[in-house]
Write a protein that binds this ligand. Structure first.
Ligand code: IMP
Length: 430
């Protein structure tokens, strides 16, 4: 059985949660490998509708071990709340584990996220204000506090004393904010440690063993490639890698262990927060898509910016992740449109270009070049095989495959688990 990575191909919110929930039925393990509770994975299944922020979307399957990997920044309060919510509706959380290498989101991270956004003024990034950026900053600055530290109160105190002194200096002198109390933060995190103790462990041996045994393992991404700190629309990006490279680092599995890499793309584009989005529609079509698809942030409730499918950005995403397959989601949303556009190139400074510029300033100036296809204007939500799609929907999917040079082997046509088409050639699924 394969190891399959599920990666966001656009700006996040592509429907990775649904894809993982569907595939987790056969999986022995699901590992979340990056991001933090800035993510919101919507899952609709027989238990109801959930917005999971930290717990892997495989938790609803009774045989699936769920791991919050070392690459995730964990807010213990959010995790505890999510666990309680799941337990409250009878979901078994005894197979949920948190890597002891995962970094923690601390109260000063949340404060700093807001203070830094305020300081950016009109150039604010539009972060989710969950403290995720400052937590990853501390990870690389080597002043992070990790899940393992929660399990040893002496270590936690020593670490917190050192870090909080620096943080308080920064909070008070640079931002003019009030300092945080060592006693309060320490006692709060000791309590979290006690409550999370049986979830936190060294998870690497469990991961390697499962892969060695040939069991099916899913690597669950958060956010999307266009928000990657290296390849995304910097600085309007998140702060851990949502790409397949991030899946390796954030789970402890080497590239040779991954059998298939599914890039998840919506049949159109959305983005939430600041930064360029060449195909954004600030008109009634954009509004129609937003309302029909209820495109509002799962974490912050912010309206998502909606636009046509950007094949230039998507092709770039396919290349830099090496996707073996594409999962195309929300095709049903386009059912009502009489014409559908795909961005096949950009016009920049009077020239046509077909690559995704690295400069955000250049990207802001790009004007999309569109190809227009006739809409199918009939519902597809009941369709379960590729051949049964209306010919015009078929054509739309095939055109995307041609433009992206990657097979679209999974198509989601509704929010429920069973509303999907899986093609027989899907890598590792059939
Ligand atoms: P941060 O990750 O909270 O620091 O936010 C940085 C950027 O990433 C902002 O534009 C956010 O809106 C965006 N972002 C973070 N998480 C998600 C997500 O799960 N879906 C979509 N956008 C996200």
């Amino acid at each position: 059985m394969p190891v399959i990575a599920i990666i966001g191909g656009q700006w996040g919110d592509e429907g990775k949660g649904k894809v993982v929930d569907m595939l987790a039925e056969k999986a022995k393990m699901v590992i979340r490998f990056s991001g933090g509770d800035n993510a919101g994975h919507t899952v609709i299944n027989p238990y109801g509708e959930f917005k999971l922020h930290l717990v892997p979307s495989g938790v609803f399957h009774p045989q699936t071990i769920c791991i919050i990997g070392n690459g995730v920044a964990v807010n213990p309060a959010v995790l505890l709340e999510e666990i309680e919510q799941l337990q409250g509706i009878g979901v078994d959380t005894s197979r949920l584990f948190v890597s002891d290498r995962a970094h923690l989101i601390m109260p000063y991270h949340i404060l700093l996220d807001a203070l830094e956004e305020k300081q950016r003024g009109g150039k604010a990034l539009g972060t989710t204000l969950k403290g995720v950026g400052p937590a990853f900053t501390d990870k690389v600055a080597r002043r992070g506090i990790r899940a393992a530290d929660l399990l040893d109160k002496e270590v936690l105190l020593a670490r917190l004393r050192l870090v909080l002194e620096q943080k308080n200096t920064f909070l008070t002198r640079v931002h003019g904010a009030a300092p945080l109390s060592l006693e309060q933060v320490y006692s709060q995190y000791c309590q979290y440690g006690e409550r999370l103790a049986h979830f936190i462990r060294e998870t690497n041996s469990m991961v390697q063993e499962t892969v060695e045994k040939g069991e099916m393992v899913l690597l669950e991404g958060a956010q999307g490639t266009m928000l990657d700190p290296d390849f995304g629309t910097y600085p309007y990006v998140t702060s851990s890698s949502p790409m397949v490279g991030g899946a390796c680092v954030g789970s402890g599995l080497g590239p040779s262990k991954i059998d298939s890499i599914f890039g998840v793309f919506k049949a159109y584009s959305t983005r939430v927060g600041g930064g360029p989005m060449p195909t954004e529609l600030e008109d009634e079509t954009g509004e129609l898509i937003r309302e029909r698809a209820q495109e509002y942030g799962a974490t912050t409730g912010r309206p998502r910016r909606c636009g046509w499918f950007d094949a230039v950005a998507a092709r770039f995403s396919v290349q830099i992740n090496g996707f073996t397959d594409i999962a195309l989601t929300r095709l049903d949303i386009l059912d009502i449109l009489s014409s559908i556009k795909i961005c096949v190139g950009y016009r920049l400074n009077g020239e046509n270009i077909d690559y995704f510029p690295s400069s955000t300033a250049a990207l802001e100036k790009c004007v999309p070049i569109y190809e227009e296809l006739v809409g199918w204007q009939t519902p597809v939500d009941h369709i379960r095989s590729f051949e049964q799609l209306p010919p015009k929907a078929h054509r739309y999917v095939e055109r995307l495959e041609e433009l992206l040079s990657c097979p679209i082997n999974l198509i989601s046509v509704g929010s429920n688990r069973e509303q999907a088409i899986i093609r027989p050639q899907a890598t590792g699924l059939t």
